[in-house]
Design a protein. Structure first.
Length: 249
C-alpha cells in the first residue's frame, strides 16, 4: 500500500511539473531567413532549472536560468530573450540572447551579459566592510531591414564606486556597433585569429575538456568581456583561457 502511494505521489509530482511547464510556455512567430514563418516556443523546466527554446526539432537550453526579464520580436526576424541568471550574494546578473531561424535551425545571433550589479552599500555598517557598488547595463537596438543593412547598437553603461580602491572608480556611457554576418546570421564586433589551447566547459554534461583551437573566429568585445563564436555557439572567455557558454543543444 505504501509503495502504491509513493508511486502515485511521484506521478502527481511529475504531472504537476509538466503542466507547470506547459502553462508557462510562450510561443512567438518569426519570419525565417529561408522565407517561411516559424513558431518559437519558450518553456521553463523547473526540474532541470533550464529554459528550453524550441523551433521544430531544434532546441536550445539556457543554463543557470532564474526568470524571464523581457522577450520581444525585432524586425520580424529576431527574438530577443533577456533573462536573469543565478548569482551570488548581493549580486544581480542577466544575459541577452538574440535568436533567428534558418531552415528550422535556431541561430544565436548574440549571447552576452547584459546586466550585472554588485551592491555592498547597505551592509558596511553591519559587517564593518567598505562600501562597494558596481553596475553594468547593455541595451540593444537593431537597425536596418535586411541582411545587407543590419547593425546592432549596444548602448553600454558601466559604473563602479569603491571605498577600497577609489582609483578604479568610474561612471561612463558608450556605444558599440556590431556588424552582421549574412552567412552565419550573427552579429560581431571584429574577427580574431586564435591558436592556443583552451579549457572548454560544456554545461550539457558538466565537464571541462582541453582543446586546441586554431582559426579565425567572430568576436564580440564589450569592455573587459570577450565572446567567441565557435562552431555555431557563443563562448565567453574567462580567466586562465577558460571558454564558458550559457546555452547548449
Amino acid at each position: 500500500m505504501k509503495i502504491i502511494t509513493i508511486k502515485v505521489m511521484i506521478f502527481i509530482f511529475l504531472t504537476t511539473i509538466c503542466l507547470f511547464s506547459i502553462v508557462n510556455a510562450q510561443t512567438f512567430q518569426l519570419q525565417s531567413f529561408d522565407g517561411t514563418k516559424v513558431k518559437v516556443r519558450l518553456a521553463y523546466n523547473p526540474a532541470l532549472g533550464t529554459l528550453a527554446i524550441a523551433c521544430a526539432k531544434d532546441t536550445i537550453y539556457l543554463v543557470d536560468y532564474m526568470d524571464l526579464d523581457d522577450v520581444k520580436i525585432l524586425n520580424d526576424r529576431f527574438l530577443q530573450v533577456s533573462y536573469a541568471k543565478r548569482a551570488g550574494s548581493n549580486e544581480g546578473l542577466a544575459n541577452t540572447l538574440l535568436l533567428s531561424v534558418d531552415h528550422n535551425k535556431l541561430i544565436q545571433g548574440i549571447h552576452i551579459k547584459s546586466f550585472s550589479e554588485y551592491d555592498m552599500r547597505n551592509f558596511d555598517h553591519i559587517q564593518g566592510s567598505l562600501s562597494e557598488y558596481q553596475l553594468f547595463i547593455v541595451k540593444t537596438q537593431l537597425v536596418g531591414h535586411d541582411k545587407t543593412t543590419y547593425k546592432l547598437n549596444l548602448n553600454i553603461h558601466d559604473e563602479s564606486n569603491s571605498e577600497r580602491t577609489p582609483k578604479t572608480n568610474h561612471n561612463y556611457n558608450t556605444q558599440l556597433i556590431l556588424n552582421f554576418d549574412p552567412k552565419k546570421n550573427i552579429f560581431y564586433s571584429t574577427h580574431q585569429t586564435i591558436a592556443k589551447t583552451f579549457m572548454i566547459y560544456n554545461p550539457k554534461n558538466q565537464r571541462t575538456t582541453k582543446q586546441y583551437l586554431n582559426g579565425k573566429v567572430p568576436v564580440i568585445t564589450i569592455g573587459k568581456s570577450s565572446y567567441y563564436y565557435i562552431n555555431g555557439e557563443w563562448y565567453e572567455k574567462g580567466d586562465n583561457n577558460y571558454l564558458l557558454k550559457s546555452a547548449y543543444k
